[in-house]
Write a protein that binds this ligand. Sequence first.
Ligand SMILES: O=C(O)c1cc(=O)[nH]c(=O)n1[C@@H]1O[C@H](COP(=O)(O)O)[C@@H](O)[C@H]1O
Length: 232
Amino acid sequence: MSVADQIIVPLDVPTEEAAIALLDRLPQVSFWKVGLELFVATGPTILKHLKERKKKIFLDLKFHDIPNTVMGACRSASRYEVDLLTLHATAGKNALKAAREAIAHSASPPQLLAITLLTSLNARDLAFDLKIPLELPEYALQMALLAKDCGINGAVCSPQEVAQLRAVCGKDFVLVCPGVRPSWGQTGDQQRVMTPKQALDAGANYLVIGRPITMSDDPVMAWNRIVDEVSS
Ligand SMILES: O=C(O)c1cc(=O)[nH]c(=O)n1[C@@H]1O[C@H](COP(=O)(O)O)[C@@H](O)[C@H]1O
């Protein structure tokens, strides 16, 4: 797989038209993410467009609910034949196992990824707002291990934790990192960031990079610059 194929670009836009404009603008992107903003607006229609263009799809709906509901949601999502699908590790053991079970008989099951700790949170948020007494890297690791024990294929984590998760969870565990910023990109609401090259070198399978590309005045140039930087 080329490094370009390891970069997933989120279609974080409000309408189908805006999403299609991005697809047209960046034909070199092979892997796109559909998240809450677009899916709530368009439903599965956007997935059809991506399939027609033979793109890989990360359906990022971050399920977080009781086991029965997570099971139903995963069963419904698995009919879309997407490549990656997210749920929160904090939904708990029974929901994680239910998710696994839900997709088991799908003709084309997605790889399930558990969110460990959102990259928009920092150590202070974890300790003081969420009242979690573990150190942040330890918490992210424990969430990944919980998911792995329940048969989940991989985790979403910040690049700052990816080396540790790779070392403990093994080479077959899929690790996807958002919170990735080239040195010239603005951090925005992301708190635990590293550059694309650092994240890949630390063991990420895939990077999710949005605004530095999609909000750039020249998305093609931003994409090329990132691909050049990680390839060098
Ligand atoms: O599941 C995700 O993809 C995700 C998890 C996480 O912890 N942090 C995070 O930023 N994301 C997503 O990754 C993308 C990051 O976008 P940018 O911050 O614009 O690069 C957004 O679509 C987020 O929804």
